[in-house]
Write a protein that binds this ligand. Structure first.
Ligand SMILES: [Zn+2]
Ligand SMILES: [Zn+2]
Ligand SMILES: [Zn+2]
Length: 137
């Protein structure tokens, strides 16, 4: 059975439902499944998906210019990103959403879109760090 690059990449995105994956991670997962695709193909397909509205692209770290992709569920959410391992969590907070509308209104804006990215260290990275410190003591 032949798997097209588009289908194979879509499968990877569906498996990671609600997760954010980088093009590199998709490339590695395809390799593991014995579907070696050139990196350029992965980027091309993701670009096609993006313009078709199938995936959303986020660029969390402009400096490292690492984009992550997720299936477009068309539901607004904000992000919390671990600066150590790069893991991404979703959240929606009604109060924050309302506050932003109020701020925009006070500045005379009609809010059309926003993105809120929070950066920090996730609990598993904190745990790894604590374990390292106790070893070196
Ligand atoms: Zn929001
Ligand atoms: Zn982490
Ligand atoms: Zn997201």
């Amino acid at each position: 059975m032949e798997t097209t690059p588009r289908l194979a990449i879509l499968k990877i995105l569906e498996l990671g439902k609600g997760k954010h994956v980088s093009a590199e991670a998709i490339y590695r997962r395809l390799l593991k499944k014995n579907i070696p695709l050139p990196m350029s193909t992965v980027y091309r397909v993701l670009g096609q998906f993006e313009s078709a509205g199938i995936v959303q692209r986020h660029i969390f770290d402009a400096e490292r210019s690492a984009s992550v992709f997720e299936l477009n569920n068309k539901v607004h959410h904000d992000h919390m990103i671990c600066i150590t391992c790069g893991s991404v969590s979703h959240f929606v907070d009604k109060k924050i959403e309302e506050r932003q509308l109020t701020i925009a209104k006070n500045l005379g804006f009609e809010l059309t879109d926003h993105s809120l990215n929070m950066y920090g260290v996730c609990c598993s990275c904190v745990a790894i760090d604590a374990a390292r410190e106790s070893v070196s003591e």
